[in-house]
Design a protein around this ligand. Structure first.
Ligand code: AMP
Ligand code: ZN
Length: 138
């Protein structure tokens, strides 16, 4: 647990929350300022600031949990789809620096999340970029 981390305290149950699910690895709660009713956030109980710090065991467990909650949300709310969203760093929109996954119910034409303009690669550029990233894989 990290001092002064609100998500550590919520995940540990020290601050009350609208909890959907809890196990030894994580807690899933309703977001306090939801994009849509039912919008949930999954908080690992271990403190990781972001995806760059997470361990393999936690990563596997929380994605599986997110899939179960997404299925429950679809059935309970009758939504047409679900977005999993996970922001890392201020440039990516992260505002609370304890890793979390947003689980957001989506309805046809709800216009909730912006779509991006599709870009393209010049000849050979995609292979170059893929290789550059692959070279840094640990
Ligand atoms: P992010 O921008 O990805 O860091 O998301 C942080 C999210 O946490 C936002 O959607 C906030 O509404 C949500 N949030 C912040 N504080 C709380 C809280 N005390 N309980 C529930 N959700 C919270
Ligand atoms: Zn924390």
């Amino acid at each position: 647990m990290q001092e002064n981390c609100i998500f550590c305290k919520i995940a540990a149950g020290e601050i009350p929350s609208a909890t959907i699910y809890e196990d030894e690895v994580c807690r899933v709660i309703l977001d306090i300022a939801p994009a849509a009713k039912g919008h949930a956030i999954l908080l690992p109980k271990k403190h990781f600031a972001n995806i760059f710090e997470i361990d393999k065991e936690t990563a596997g467990s929380i994605l599986y949990t997110a899939s179960r909650v997404a299925a429950a949300m679809k059935e309970a709310l009758g939504c047409d789809g679900i977005n999993l969203l996970q922001n890392n760093g201020p440039a990516a929109g992260q505002t609370v620096f304890h890793l979390h996954i947003h689980i957001i119910p989506r309805f046809e034409n709800d216009g909730l999340l912006p779509t991006w303009e599709q870009g393209s690669y010049a000849d050979g550029e995609a292979a170059e970029v893929a290789q550059k990233i692959q070279n840094c894989l640990k």
